[in-house]
Design a protein around this ligand. Structure first.
Ligand SMILES: [Fe+2]
Ligand SMILES: [Fe+2]
Length: 361
């Protein structure tokens, strides 16, 4: 730990150029239109030079480091677009560095190419298990290195764009929550529970994505609903209900320009208030015309609303909420399979909760 701290301190000083050793080839910029930054890690300075000279024609910023600890430090402190990582290094080998970067939510999308003298199958499998995106054998072939570097940097930039879009949308969703003091944490709880349900029901990966994004964004259209309606401490009038019922379409329209990225989540946003018998809104869809993901979201959304405090009533006991969901399923409003699945998931809480009041799912 101490050695690590000392190394980090030394490296920080190096990065700031205070000891006269300019570790960085060029100063790191943070503008979005800056050239890509490639980090090369190798404990052999000749290999560092070789890789650097091969990449000279790419107009990339090059940062070099000589061990795993430097690699982790630099990646965490700067905006790196690609890591070329030596495998055989003392103390911390390339596999371990790769594993740590790929298991960290902040750094997991940075592409890593393992540069290794080992060309055997076992080493590659080990690299794949550690999360490496690609491999280059030493000595690197120039054209191969340039091609792989280029395509992985392109992928990283794409991921960066998607991550920014995601952030903007999620902060918008949080803004909506902030308007409604009774729905704090609602979208996160709904998203998590919907994913648990979807997994239990064996949904496909793209449907799981729809539940994740749909859960977070399903009420984003409430941004247009006046605060006095959102926070009204008594039931809404028919006119106010009409206004409230516009939120799925408003949310859909907000997210529609991101159709390519959000995919099936758009259906979840638009159809999370549809009912199997056609009595829901906004499109009055029936049965199978409502996607499985929207049917899941409808159940989870109502469940969360029932068990948490609202402007006009206290959160109800889990047993009572479950009874209401069952009634809704029996009268063909909610999907019975989904309701049963949800009851299985929250069933543990139902049995063990002595006070019969649910904690947030
Ligand atoms: Fe809603
Ligand atoms: Fe909701």
């Amino acid at each position: 730990m101490l050695i690590r701290k000392v190394n980090e301190a030394l490296l920080k000083a190096k990065l700031q150029g205070k000891n006269g050793i300019h570790f960085l080839e060029k100063e790191i910029k943070t503008e979005s239109d800056k050239p890509p930054t490639i980090l090369i890690i190798d404990d052999d300075s000749r290999n560092l030079k070789l890789l650097e000279s091969t990449l000279l024609s790419t107009n990339c910023e090059i940062i070099k480091g000589m061990n795993g600890i430097e690699a982790l430090y630099i990646v965490n402190k700067t905006n790196v677009d690609l890591v070329l990582l030596d495998v055989m290094m003392p103390e911390m080998d390339g596999y371990e560095v790769c594993r740590q970067l790929k298991s960290n939510e902040v750094t997991r999308l940075i592409p890593i190419i393992l540069v290794t003298a080992l060309d055997d199958r076992e080493s590659k499998i080990k690299g794949i298990e550690a999360g490496a995106d690609d491999f280059i054998t030493k000595p690197p072939n120039k054209l191969e290195l340039l091609a792989r570097t280029k395509s992985l940097i392109k992928l990283k930039r794409l991921n960066d764009n998607l991550a920014s879009i995601e952030l903007v949308l999620f902060s918008l969703a949080k803004t909506v929550e902030a308007k409604d003091k009774y729905t704090q944490g609602h979208v996160e709880r709904v998203s998590k529970l919907a994913i648990t349900l979807g997994r239990k029901m064996g949904l496909k990966e793209r449907e799981m994505e729809a539940l994740k994004y749909g859960g977070m964004l399903h009420d984003i259209g409430k941004i247009s609903i006046p605060g006095n309606i959102l926070n009204k401490p008594s039931p809404l009038s028919p006119e106010e209900c009409k206004i409230m019922e516009t939120h799925p379409v408003t949310g859909y329209n907000i997210c529609l320009p991101l159709k390519k990225n959000l995919g099936y989540a758009l259906e979840v946003i638009r159809h999370h208030h549809e009912k199997l018998d056609g009595s829901g809104y906004p499109d009055g869809l029936k049965n199978e015309d409502i996607s499985a993901t929207a049917r899941i979201m409808a159940v989870v959304d109502i469940y969360d609303a029932l068990v948490t405090d609202r402007a006009y009533r206290k959160g109800m006991p889990l047993g009572k909420a479950v009874d209401i969901l069952k009634q809704e399923a029996n009268s063909n409003k909610l999907d019975k399979v989904v309701v049963d699945c949800l009851i299985e998931i929250v069933g543990g809480a139902l049995k063990t909760d002595a006070t019969n009041f649910v904690k947030s799912p």
